[in-house]
Design a protein around this ligand. Structure first.
Ligand SMILES: [Zn+2]
Ligand SMILES: [Zn+2]
Length: 261
């Protein structure tokens, strides 16, 4: 089967020493494509460099809500230049995170809105990060024409899921779905995500799934296979058919040719 890890941070320093092995293990697990997601100027630079060097890696550029406080118009201008590379297939991750508050609410909202404008100008799909925004992300998006997007690492309520789907968004499911306690609510909601709106992701090096989390601290794209298997189990679907559907969804959202040679 063909598995696509739609969200990982392979630019993370923790992958420096064994990067080639990480890619080999991904291929061995049939994870043939990965999207390396930028979170600020530096990580976006690195994501694009990695994508340019590897045919099976793609990149996005953007400023994470945690990094909103250091964002400037100059940062966005730099990212816009980076985005002209054909391996850049999305803008993000951007959004709102009122859980950790690494940046003020004011900064987060200001730079989210600017990034929505930039994505519109560049005609790129968006990757949204949302945590505990109490409906504020939806409120901001509803007030604007919304571009194709994924709510990555979906962790909302059933009502939020319904509203995201109404807006035409894709839903990104991480390894949280494999974790017994923490994933219980997500496992309940996964069957109600329409098959053509579902994406899977690792968010590596974070959120290592079960059973690997007992053994490895660092998550890596190969482990997205566990996410696929758990999602298939919960939805009572054939993993192979589900992998193909999710591959197609990911390629559709990011406008990547789904065919593999
Ligand atoms: Zn995120
Ligand atoms: Zn991320």
């Amino acid at each position: 089967m063909n598995i696509f890890d739609s969200h990982c941070h392979l630019d993370d320093p923790s992958f420096e020493s064994d990067f080639k092995d990480v890619l080999h293990r991904a291929a061995a697990a049939e994870v043939y494509r990965m999207l390396v997601v930028g979170t600020d100027r530096n990580t976006s630079d690195r994501a694009v460099a990695l994508a340019k060097g590897h045919s099976n890696l793609f990149a996005s550029v953007g400023v994470h809500p945690h990094d909103a406080r250091s964002c400037t118009e100059e940062t966005l201008a730099h990212l816009m230049t980076l985005a002209s590379d054909p391996k850049v297939v999305a803008w993000g991750e951007t959004g709102l995170d009122f859980n950790r508050m690494h940046s003020s609410r004011k900064d987060q909202e200001r730079w989210l809105i600017r990034q929505l404008e930039v994505a519109e100008t560049l005609d790129l799909p968006l990757i949204f990060h949302e945590r505990d925004s109490q409906g504020r992300l939806l409120e901001i998006l509803k007030a604007r024409t919304c571009r194709p997007a994924v709510i990555h690492c979906f962790s909302g309520t059933e009502a939020e899921l319904a509203r995201y789907l109404e807006m035409g968004f894709y839903i990104g499911v991480t390894g949280i779905v494999t974790v017994s306690q923490r994933g219980a609510l997500l496992r309940q909601m996964v069957p109600s995500i329409p098959a053509n709106r579902l994406l899977i992701e690792t968010d590596a090096p974070y959120l290592t799934p079960t059973p690997q989390r007992n053994q490895f601290r660092r998550n890596e794209p190969a482990f997205v296979r566990e996410v696929l298997l758990k999602v298939a189990e919960v939805r009572e679907e054939d993993p192979e058919a589900l992998a193909e559907q999710v591959w197609f969804n990911t390629c559709s959202l990011f406008r990547i040719d789904p065919s593999t040679i």
